[in-house]
Design a protein around this ligand. Sequence first.
Ligand code: C2E
Ligand code: CA
Ligand code: CA
Length: 401
Amino acid sequence: MVLDIDKFKDINDSLGHSAGDILLIESAKRIKSCIRNNDIVARLGGDEFIIVLIGTTTATDIDKIGQKLLNTFAQPYIIDEQSIHCTASIGVALYPNDATSIDTLLRNADQAMYSAKARGRNSINYFTENMQTEFLKRMEILQDLRIAITQQQFHMVYQPIVNLSNHKIAKAEALIRWQHPEKGLIPPADFIPIAEEAGLIVEISEWIFNQVSEQVKYWRNTYCQDLMISINTSPVQYRNQGKQIIAWAESLKARNIPTKAIAIEITENLLMENQTEAVNVLDKIRQQGIAVSIDDFGTGYCSFSYLKNYAIDYLKIDKSFVQSMSANNKDAALCEAIIVMASKLNIDVIAEGIETEQQQKFLTEAGCLFGQGYLLSRPLTKDDFEQLLIKQSSKVQTKVS
Ligand code: C2E
Ligand code: CA
Ligand code: CA
């Protein structure tokens, strides 16, 4: 069994490392209390433990031990007179059914543990052949990603963000596309999480930033002088004091690109999980003039405290709210409430995923300033986006003359 404590990093970050150490020691004791004398428990590193159940052990026995472990973990920990709740995720692989070598057995148990985390933590999960295929698929994508970076298989598309009051394109969101030489177009949802986990996202984002910033510079100079393009960022990029993101502001200045030309999108979860570090980075780049948008607003650990405490420029209402809105339902009420709240806080709202006239009408009437979605435009290649900018700028010129 591989046992990993859920959200151990949060405990370390919020209560300090000595509290984390106490929790690890107490966890080890609790594990020992659940297993038999001849079983083995070892700490592999960090908050990960390995438990070896030795001898003939039936499936029901293993499950009993697993449940006992979860229950024991769920009892509150008292650290510094505080009561702390903590859970664990367990992955199980069986010898000889799932693997016959130690390395593979461990890797498979680890894989099972990851699936337990993905399923919502606090659970025990058994290795299956399916997981093996999933695992191999991920490894293959990872390998291909490394090649994709060197062979420039990525390109950016731009989805217009439209001012709902005058239908002008005010902004755009840059979205990455991966054209795989054999597998065709691979959607970002299939590779961004893998790139994040492996840290490759930092390198990919550097490429994205360079592409987008050169592009926005050209478009601003040629067609639309106040165009702003937003770039999606991942939590990984805020580690190490967010050096990468902070350097972006400097890089724009060095190339005479106004910092207002770029906005960055972050998800609420980043603010929750990584508070102090992320907030410092965001404060710094905002002072330099780069705007900050909260992406997928309403789907994460939505907390009003960050709206109160940190300066934010845009909220993007998640498409799940926009798309399930209908007259008098709760989603419509939520959209309306988000728009009112944001306006009082001087934050502009961008509604995502607008697909119908009805949704657009409702949002406009509710006072939402910006919209994005298939109804207004799909994400476009840079040439197609440029055509829209040309059309828009010639309209303005004819109006003036
Ligand atoms: P996101 O940031 O929420 O991006 C919006 C997604 O919604 C895009 O999917 C876009 O094509 C899609 N979309 C736009 N309008 C509509 C609509 O009316 N209906 C529906 N059903 N969908 C709409 P895409 O391009 O597949 O990207 C998926 C996610 O992948 C993004 O979600 C973002 O989290 C991530 N991603 C995409 N490009 C990048 C990137 O360059 N860097 C990073 N770090 N993440 C990216
Ligand atoms: Ca986004
Ligand atoms: Ca979004």
